[in-house]
Design a protein around this ligand. Structure first.
Ligand SMILES: [Mg+2]
Length: 220
């Protein structure tokens, strides 16, 4: 694996995952509660794995399999609940400083996230990060196939910047971030704050692995 500072120095554009690196979206409004509220919109006859899941995105995926109308209703409600969730939380320690430092060093920063564009935008506004974050490439449709690990959101970010894959790096805390980056031909830095996450992320072979967002500072 490459040294993370060397890797960043070679790049112009930072693609940053939202849930995890920037904030813990469901810290106050738990993901399980959100998932359960979405399940009620889909109906009583859910498959056992959907009934059991605590992941709102599993419910969205199931809703999509039921048809675009169901998926639309679930996605809109998920977006509202994400908005509610992020209104109750603060940025992860060091996240604001890191984003500001990158912007000051001349990187463009794009949030690339499976969370809704609206929720992310309102969070960035509240914490005065809209100037440092060039764009948001995030969920804007009810089709879960457009989300990471699919490279669509990363490719959209590159298109908007007129950037080539070699100029970009994706930083995220899940395997989906690493896989989406690889599918787009973009380097990836995995953020693993616990030993369990470190093991899971190492297994998908990111270009670099860090345990703290602070490891990505002073790297320009
Ligand atoms: Mg994440």
């Amino acid at each position: 694996m490459t040294g993370v500072k060397e890797l960043l120095q070679e790049k112009d554009h930072v693609f940053l995952d939202f849930d995890g690196p920037v904030c813990d979206v469901f810290a106050e409004l738990p993901a399980r509660e959100v998932a359960d509220r979405l399940k009620r919109l889909v109906g009583p006859d859910l498959p056992a794995d959907v009934r059991a899941t605590a992941d709102p995105f599993d419910v969205l995926e199931y809703a999509w399999s039921c048809g675009p109308n169901t998926a639309h209703v679930v996605e809109r409600q998920l977006s509202r609940l994400e908005g509610e969730a992020v209104s109750q939380i603060a940025p992860a320690p060091g996240a604001q400083e890191t984003i500001r430092e990158w912007a000051a060093q001349g990187f463009t920063v794009t949030i690339v996230s499976n969370n809704s564009v609206d929720a992310i935008r309102s969070f960035l506004t509240v914490y005065e990060l809209t100037e440092q974050v060039r764009r948001i490439s995030a969920r804007s449709t009810s089709d879960p196939g457009q989300l990471k690990p699919n490279p669509t959101l990363i490719e959209a970010a590159m298109r908007a910047l007129g950037a080539s894959p070699g100029q970009c790096v994706m930083i995220g805390d899940s395997a989906a971030d690493v896989l989406a980056a690889r599918a787009a031909g973009v380097a990836s830095v995995a953020l693993a704050v616990t030993p369990t996450k470190r093991e899971a992320l190492a297994s998908v072979d990111p270009d670099a692995l860090v345990s703290d967002l602070a490891d990505l500072r002073s790297a320009g």
